[in-house]
Design a protein around this ligand. Structure first.
Ligand code: FAD
Length: 167
């Protein structure tokens, strides 16, 4: 792998600047040996329409990294504004192991109350610095009429609609 030069930019400044980019919140779910694993992630994007591909970025120390490599499939649960508990649970900020039920959709465990669910087969993966970008080939999509959970500057937020500009 090509070695990249670090340009001496302060880590905290970089994190704060990246954290000011407001995102939705997802929980990535997969299953190995009948055990369900979930992980909160906001590094998610749509990549291609034909074929339908999406991308997620997972830190090298996250257990989900190995789970996806083994299962070769995963689901992206896009959280609604009433799923703050799920986001905290699957990022290790809560410990409510027994309280979660998963709905099987396209052979993967999913969170039923999600705003949207995208199931994927693992298409490819790329080690980039201290993260791996996993590309998923979409096998199923479900969508509900709900508002998204929003994350910005280290805080959970709700979406507020602005009045459009008048001509
Ligand atoms: P674990 O530490 O094993 O699991 C995470 C948590 O989920 C644990 O508390 C575990 O008890 C719980 N859990 C797992 N499976 C189940 C289950 N079946 N039932 C109940 N609970 C379960 N990290 C990234 O790499 N990429 C990102 O894009 C990213 N985005 C984030 C966005 C937000 C808003 C937040 C808050 C965190 C984000 N993180 C991201 C950090 C990541 O969520 C945490 O580092 C996480 O703890 C790593 O999980 P893990 O795979 O190591 O699994």
């Amino acid at each position: 792998m090509m070695r990249l030069v670090d340009h001496g930019i302060d880590d905290r400044l970089f994190r704060n600047a990246m954290g000011s980019f407001a995102t939705g919140v997802t929980v990535i779910t997969t299953e190995n040996a009948e055990e369900v694993h979930g992980m909160t992630a906001n590094a998610f994007m749509s990549v291609s329409l034909k074929p339908k591909l999406i991308a997620i970025s997972i830190g090298e120390n996250a257990r989900m990294h190995q789970h996806i490599k083994e299962a070769k499939q995963f689901a992206v649960n896009i959280l609604s504004s009433d799923q703050l508990t799920e986001s905290k649970q699957f990022s290790g900020q809560l410990n409510l192991e027994s309280e979660f039920t998963f709905l099987n959709y396209k052979g993967l465990p999913t969170l039923e109350e999600s705003l949207a669910v995208v199931t994927c087969e693992l298409h490819s993966d790329y080690v980039v610095g201290d993260h791996t970008i996993f590309i998923g080939h979409v096998t199923g999509v479900k969508l509900q009429q709900k508002d998204p959970l929003v994350f910005s500057k280290g805080k959970y937020r709700e979406l507020k609609e602005l009045e459009d500009l008048k001509e």
